[in-house]
Design a protein around this ligand. Structure first.
Ligand code: G3P
Ligand code: MG
Length: 343
């Protein structure tokens, strides 16, 4: 009976814990598996001493394709089933904006994938920079616009259209063109191309960015610039051209809105796994980037765990944003240590 009580307590404890995983630098590097990630997920999916599932969700600043193909790709790499119901990428919470704006400019990403993302989020009238160039190529004087791009774009007379908001969903593939078009809109009269507002501040349309990372690790030895640097460039240009500060909204880690959204996703995932929407008391955030994963998790009261398989290359802990649960070699070490502590 005592043994049964003990395992009952353990099951209770297991139901009161959960993990939030960063993806890039924790579970994978791009398309390449971090082997310990696969084992960590097996344990959480039930291959543990209690034989029960331990809830976990994924919270990534990644972007640029719809949720379903992204989780399918991840499931394949990690050889583990992953549902869109446990997955948040940088632009996922931006789906809530679809009800506020009818015509939006969507910027970033490969080809027209971000148009597809916006369609799936329920945005009604989606414009991408190629649609604008196809209407008036002089708008982007340095852009070489191919016939294939022209054939796949959706031009119309944009001098008759009010763009109501700008959504930067993913990294710009052409800073010169995207910055020119965004700046034209920010300086226009209520999002109308061909106009320049006398008082840009009062007529300016809102701009949203899906995340704020300055740098992103890639195959290149030195990390590459990301949406954060693109945004800072725009802010500086806007200030220089108008004299006023650009107001903007940023999503993704470490922004508060993203963590609140993660709570909602976690609660409904708890319902799916344990039949109870209650948020667990012990949430472990596993990340590789102190400036996004760890600072956000610390602010939000989660147990933060920094791994050495990604951006962080430092010593005992990060000096500016130390992980409160500690630094670990890899994600498997985090999962086994946290389970040992809780159960
Ligand atoms: O910086 C963009 C992206 O690669 C970060 O992904 O999963 O580390 O938040 P993640
Ligand atoms: Mg990462």
């Amino acid at each position: 009976a005592q043994l049964q009580d003990l395992s009952g307590d353990k099951v209770k404890a297991a139901k009161n814990m959960a993990f939030v995983f960063d993806i890039d630098g924790v579970l994978v590097h791009g398309d390449r598996l971090i082997p310990e990630g696969k084992r960590a997920l097996e344990i959480l999916n039930g291959d543990n001493e209690l034989g029960i599932k331990i809830p976990h969700i994924f919270l990534t600043n990644g972007s640029g394709k719809p949720e379903k193909p992204r989780v399918d790709q991840l499931s394949k790499i990690l050889n583990s089933p992953i549902s869109t119901d446990q997955f948040i990428q940088s632009h996922t919470p931006m789906r809530a904006l679809a009800e506020y704006y009818n015509t939006v400019l969507v910027v970033g990403g490969e080809g027209y994938k971000c148009r597809e993302v916006a369609e799936q989020y329920g945005f009604n009238d989606i414009v991408v920079p190629n649609d604008i160039i196809a209407w008036d190529p002089t708008i982007a004087p340095y852009r070489v616009f191919t016939d294939a791009e022209r054939a796949t774009s959706r031009p119309r007379d944009f001098s008759q259209v009010n763009i109501e908001a700008i959504m930067v969903f993913s990294d710009s593939r052409d800073y010169a063109t995207d910055m020119q078009i965004i700046m034209d809109l920010l300086r226009s009269e209520k999002g109308r191309f061909g106009t320049v507002a006398k008082d840009p501040d009062s007529q300016r349309i809102p701009i949203y960015f899906s995340q704020g990372d300055m740098l992103c690790p890639t195959e290149h030895p030195i990390p590459r610039m990301s949406q954060g640097t693109f945004r800072i460039g725009l802010e500086a240009m806007y200030k220089a051209l108008t004299g006023v500060d650009l107001e903007r909204t940023v999503y993704g880690k470490p922004e508060l809105a993203t963590y609140k959204y993660a709570d909602e996703v976690m609660a409904s995932w708890m319902e799916q796994i344990h039949g109870d929407e209650c948020l667990p008391s012990n949430i472990y955030m596993v990340g590789d980037n102190p400036a996004s994963d760890i600072v956000g998790g610390n602010m939000y009261g989660w147990n933060t765990c920094l791994v050495r398989t990604g951006v962080f290359q430092g010593g005992d802990n990060d000096e500016v944003n130390p992980a409160n649960f500690g630094v670990f070699e890899n994600v498997l070490e985090v999962v086994t240590t946290a389970i040992k502590k809780e159960l």
